[in-house]
Design a protein around this ligand. Structure first.
Ligand code: NAP
Length: 458
């Protein structure tokens, strides 16, 4: 069975689940299609009431949802609770704003009236990753629910318990059957679903490997797709940075969620003048991390989500070292049962190192010394990816100028990565295409239907 919950802190198998049968898939497709059709006569405000109820249900079940995520993929309980709060805000945001986003717009044109209606697209397939089990689903579910697009969820195979819990919360909030259907699908079943004419679009958040496969199937079937993929985000420090702020933001930007965040800062680019101080501060912060039970509120570094994830990261670090990288801190085995990876700092990674432009998805920081701002920007842009990035400086105007030169979908000034319902989230290059959240995210699977009415001329 591919769908399996294993607690990465204890290595205990919590549950295993069978893949969906072809009857279940057929029923899901039909239910979603019927719901999409019935929603054509349901007002947006009616769905807004239900989505607010989903937000309330999430708040009511915060503890149970948070513990499910922590037990299944290991994140700190406080991080899980914050995730539930943030998802309730996402639901409220789209419930409050969708009606405005979906208003028809008029276009000025000669001798005619032109109106663009905003109409539903149809059932959407969402393939989601395990690193934020609830948030990744809410990013796609909340806006599409408001648009009138039912969502069929294929969650990551290591978080099936979270997937079930999310769909139960949506059902218990009173959403009509088919609003969010969780299916345990294998890759062939996904390809078949994308090919099914009842599926209107597909969204994937995950790796390039998964993204390429889903985008290929979508292309072959002329289905719209969005891809939210990985990153190798740069953290650019300018010389006039507020050091106190820097030493607070930098470790968290790398280590939150045990380093398993797409927009985590992975490459710290530091000017020569600050380099030694920065390194000392980073070593202190990394050495102060307390590994332990993620349900214990005094733990500050959780285990990684799975044995597979930990082994992959170790292989990458070993390869980096074999090709000349230096370990300044960490990379020692952790004497504990769970999937812990010691926070690690690597330097001397040259562009020839095979790891130079790979995503290290765990608590490993790469630090680079630069001698000018130009060199910092060039290094930040020397990547196949373009998801997030950070610029740290006391001169905000200048920091924004530097930010505008970074080739990425998002740059945060004097702040680690963040995600809010009103901010578009997404990347460029191998980090994918399309945006989630915000008005832009909601408009992804909307038919912008032009009605052109010629003026009567006697
Ligand atoms: P992944 O292996 O690509 O998995 C993501 C989802 O896609 C899972 O549900 C997975 O199912 C499915 N999938 C994988 N290969 C597939 C295929 N060939 N056909 C159909 N479905 C497929 O990614 P991951 O390693 O779990 O997630 C971590 C990655 O996600 C990192 O690279 C991270 O940066 C990225 N990420 C990006 C964002 C963003 O917004 N840009 C946000 C979070 C994470 P299975 O679990 O069954 O394999």
């Amino acid at each position: 069975m591919a769908y399996k919950s294993v607690n990465p802190y204890t290595n205990e198998t919590l549950n295993e689940y069978e893949n969906a049968t072809s009857n279940e898939i057929e029923a899901a497709l039909q239910t979603a299609t019927d719901l999409a059709q019935s929603w054509e006569t349901v007002s947006i405000s009616e769905r807004a009431t239900v989505l607010h109820a989903v937000a309330s249900q999430l708040r009511d079940e915060k503890q149970a949802m948070a513990e499910t995520m922590t037990r299944e993929m290991g994140k700190l309980i406080g991080e899980s609770e914050d995730e539930v709060d943030s998802c309730a805000s996402i639901a409220d945001y789209f419930a409050d704003h969708a009606e405005e986003f979906m208003q028809p717009t008029e276009i000025e044109t000669k001798d005619a009236k032109a109106t663009v209606l905003k109409q539903a697209f149809g059932p959407i397939l969402a393939c989601e990753p395990w690193n934020f089990p609830l948030y990744q689903v809410m990013r796609i579910f909340a806006p599409n629910f408001m648009v009138g697009n039912p969502v069929i969820l294929k969650h990551a195979s290591i978080v099936p318990g979270s997937a079930r819990k999310i769909s139960q919360i949506v059902d218990d909030a009173g959403a009509p059957e088919g609003s969010l259907i969780n299916l345990f699908l294998d890759y062939d079943q996904i390809a078949d679903m994308i090919a099914d004419p009842r599926i209107a679009g597909v969204a994937l958040t995950g790796s390039e490997r998964g993204g390429k496969s889903v985008a290929k199937a979508a292309g072959e079937n002329l289905k719209k797709s969005t891809l939210e993929l990985g990153g190798n985000d740069a953290f650019v420090v300018l010389e006039d940075v507020d050091r106190e702020l820097l030493y607070k933001v930098a470790p968290a930007a790398r280590l939150a969620n045990s380093g398993q965040t797409c927009t985590a800062s992975k490459r710290f680019i530091v000017p020569d003048a600050l380099y030694d101080d920065f390194m000392d501060a980073l070593i202190v912060s990394f050495s102060e991390m307390k590994m332990g039970d993620p349900l214990d509120r005094t733990t500050t570094l959780a285990p990684m989500s799975s044995e597979h994830g930990k082994e992959k990261l170790q292989k990458q670090v070993d390869e980096a070292i074999a090709n000349g990288a230096e370990v300044v801190y960490g990379n020692e085995s952790v004497q504990a049962e769970g999937q812990f990876f010691m926070p690690t700092i690597l330097t001397d990674i040259t562009p020839e190192n095979p790891i130079f432009d790979q995503e290290l998805f765990g608590p490993v920081a790469q630090v680079f010394r630069v001698h000018s701002e130009k060199e910092a920007i060039q290094l930040a842009n020397n990547s196949q990816y373009g998801l997030g990035s950070v610029v740290m400086s006391s001169d905000l105007k200048h920091a924004e100028e530097v930010a505008s030169q970074i080739k990425a979908g998002m740059t945060f000034v004097n702040h680690g990565w963040t995600s809010l319902p009103e901010l578009p989230f997404g990347g460029i290059r191998n980090s994918g295409y399309g945006r989630e959240l915000s008005k832009q995210g909601l408009m992804t699977f909307v038919n912008e239907h032009l009605i052109y009415t010629a003026e009567n001329k006697e």
